[in-house]
Design a binder for this molecule. Sequence first.
Ligand SMILES: Nc1nc2c(ncn2[C@@H]2O[C@H](COP(=O)(O)OP(=O)(O)OP(=O)(O)O)[C@@H](O)[C@H]2O)c(=O)[nH]1
Ligand SMILES: [Mg+2]
Length: 353
Amino acid sequence: MSESMLPLLTTTIGCIITALTTYFFTHKDAKERDRREILSLQNHLTNANSELNTAKETVKKQASTIPVLESKITNLEKISAKYNEVRKKLSDSYVVRTYELPVILLGPREVGKTSLMYQLHTPWTEEIPEPSVKHKYCVIPIYDHTLDYTEPHFADTSINAKVKAHLNLKIHDFPGENENQEYIKRLVIEETQNLRAAANRNIGVVLVLMFDAQEVLTDIKVTTNKYYNGELFKSLRGLVQQGQIDIDRIIIVFNKYDKLKAAMPHISDNELLQQCVRKYSFVFSGLTNVCNPEKVCEIATIFDMENIHINNKGASVVKGEMARAFVAAFIGRAKAQEHFSDNHVTNYSAQHM
Ligand SMILES: Nc1nc2c(ncn2[C@@H]2O[C@H](COP(=O)(O)OP(=O)(O)OP(=O)(O)O)[C@@H](O)[C@H]2O)c(=O)[nH]1
Ligand SMILES: [Mg+2]
């Protein structure tokens, strides 16, 4: 080899070494990258396998709950069908509202207050009432009526049901002594408040003023005078004016008419009734402004329990007079009139008011 070829050879060998070195290092980097990539892929594969296993587990578990869920759905469908049935029945049923009209029987001893209560409450009884010793009351149904509006049903307030009103009389009976009048006064105030709260209609308490018609034949008894000049009657007008009580009807009852008629058989019933009214005019003049005179009526009655089968008069008429205005507040005046006619009473006593 000539000397001139030596640099060429050296250069050539240098190039080869450089190429080999470059190849060696480049190849080494690629291998490292591949190794890292393989490691990363292995990690991904492990994670994916683990996720797959978890998913398989979940699917397995869920598959086992499907029959339970299906059975639950079936049960819920049954309950839903039942609930719909109950809803239908509830909406076809009624909400019952009970309204009570307070009626206060007033009068001195032995005029027949308890006898009237018996005739309204237990007309079949032959028991002779004992003189009363304390306040008693009884409830008498008079009319049932379906109102023309609906109310939420108490069993499910999302359902509206028709309202059936049960109308009752609540009849209060007291011993005929004056010392009961303070209590009666408080009761009338309380009953007025109850009535205003419950019925929300223009209704007031009914007072029944009872007399022993035999007194027409004699002087009025001291006890009768004392009773009707008592505390209650003095304060009635004031209570009405203060708005503490509402009086809707005053029924004047001349009881023991059998005794009066037996003593004056030739005088007409109407004339006897007017004699009674005149006899007690001092009571009626004291009732001015207690209640509208048109709402006052009188009737002669016989409530003798001893001879109830052959000798009784007026209990059902008195009941009708107690009930009419109350029932009218729910079904209207004309309809109430059909059920409780007012042809059997007069109102002569209003002339003295
Ligand atoms: N003959 C007759 N007797 C009657 C009549 N009404 C009631 N009596 C009798 O009169 C008496 C008194 O009747 P009660 O009903 O107890 O009178 P009351 O007003 O409740 O009397 P007290 O409870 O004492 O305040 C009883 O013996 C009754 O049988 C009637 O119309 N005619
Ligand atoms: Mg009594």
